[in-house]
Design a protein around this ligand. Structure first.
Ligand SMILES: C[S@@+](CC[C@H](N)C(=O)[O-])C[C@H]1O[C@@H](n2cnc3c(N)ncnc32)[C@H](O)[C@@H]1O
Length: 275
C-alpha cells in the first residue's frame, strides 16, 4: 500500500517549490539580514531543539564538513562558527544566496554551491563529516542521494541524515485530513505525503526502509524523534512541549540516521584516530 517506487515528482518541481522560499523562512520577516538570521535561529531552537545533539557542531571544528541541502543555512552557520571547514550544497539558488549572506554578515566562509544531492560534484572520500537534515526524502532518487553521501565521505568518516518517518503521527494526521476526511480510505500514507507534504513527491520511511538506504555502512543507528510538528494544530499552533511525552517515541516525525563509512583495510577509522 505504501509504495515509495510510485513516486514520480520531478526534480524541477522540487526545486521550484524550495526556490520560492528557502526552508523555514516563511514565518520570519525581520530586516536587515543579521536580524532575520537571529529570528531564524530562534525559530530553529524552538521547533527543533534536539538538532545540536545530533549535529554535534563542536566535533566538526577543524574537520572537512559537507552539508547537503543547506536550506536557509542555520545549521551551516553553526558549523562555520565553531571552525569547521565548510562546504554546502543545495538544489536552489535562493538557499545558497541566503546562506552565503548570513555567513558573510558574520565574516564566515563556506564553499557554497548549487548542486544536486544525487550527483555530488566531489571526489570519493573528500569529507570527514556529511550532514543532511530533512533533505534527501525530497529528491526523486533518495537511494542515489544516500549512496552519494557515503561515497564522498572518507573511510572512517561519519554522516548524520534526517528523513521523515512514515509510521508517525504527522503522517497519520496528514492522511486523516487529505484521505479519510474526503472518504478516500484506500489512499496510502505515501501518496498523501507525496501530494501534500512540502515539495511534490516528499517521501517518508519506515525504520527498515531507512536502514536499507544506508546498507553496508558501519555502526548504523536510527533514532526516531518526537518533534513539535507531531503536536501541532494547523501550521502555526504548537501544543506545549509537555504534550510531546504523550507520543510514543517510535511515532515521532523524524528518523535520524548516523553511521560511519567503513575503513579500508589497514586504514584507521574515526574512533581509532588521534583526537
Ligand atoms: C526541508 S528543507 C531543509 C533545509 C535545511 N537542511 C534545514 O534543515 O532547514 C529541504 C532542502 O533540500 C533541498 N533539496 C531538495 N532536493 C535536493 C537535491 N536533490 N539536492 C540538493 N538539495 C536538495 C531543498 O532545496 C531545500 O533547501
Amino acid at each position: 500500500m505504501d509504495n515509495l517506487a510510485g513516486n514520480t515528482a520531478t526534480k524541477d518541481a522540487v526545486g521550484a517549490y524550495w526556490n520560492a522560499a528557502p526552508c523555514g523562512t516563511r514565518d520570519a520577516s525581520s530586516v536587515p539580514v543579521s536580524e532575520f538570521s537571529k529570528e531564524l535561529e530562534r525559530q530553529r531552537d524552538e521547533r527543533e531543539p534536539f538538532i545540536a545533539r545530533f549535529a554535534n557542531f563542536e566535533q566538526a571544528r577543524g574537520k572537512k564538513l559537507l552539508e547537503v541541502g543547506v536550506g536557509a543555512g542555520t545549521d551551516h552557520l553553526r558549523f562555520a562558527r565553531v571552525g569547521a571547514i565548510c562546504t554546502g550544497v543545495d538544489l536552489t539558488p535562493s538557499a545558497i544566496e541566503l546562506t552565503r549572506s548570513r555567513l558573510q554578515s558574520e565574516g564566515l566562509n563556506s564553499n557554497l554551491q548549487v548542486s544536486d544531492a544525487e550527483t555530488l560534484p566531489f571526489d570519493d572520500g573528500t569529507f570527514d563529516i556529511v550532514y543532511s537534515w530533512g533533505v534527501i526524502h525530497h529528491t526523486p532518487n533518495t537511494p542515489k542521494a544516500a549512496t552519494e553521501i557515503v561515497r564522498v565521505l572518507r573511510p572512517g568518516g561519519r554522516f548524520c541524515v534526517m528523513i521523515y518517518n512514515r509510521h508517525s503521527l504527522v503522517a497519520l494526521q496528514t492522511w486523516l485530513v487529505y484521505a479519510a476526511a474526503k472518504g478516500n480510505l484506500t489512499r496510502s500514507f505515501s501518496d498523501v505525503l507525496a501530494s501534500h507534504m512540502e515539495s511534490p513527491g516528499t517521501k517518508a520511511y519506515t525504520v527498515g526502509e531507512s536502514r536499507a538506504l544506508f546498507r553496508g555502512v558501519e555502526d548504523l543507528r536510527v533514532e526516531t524523534v518526537v518533534t513539535p510538528y507531531d503536536m501541532r494544530i494547523g501550521r502555526r499552533r504548537f501544543l506545549p512541549r509537555a504534550t510531546h511525552n504523550l507520543v510514543p517515541a517510535r511515532f515521532g516525525w523524524f528518523h535520524v540516521l548516523q553511521g560511519t563509512r567503513p575503513a579500508m583495510r589497514g586504514e584507521k577509522s574515526n574512533s581509532e584516530r588521534d583526537p
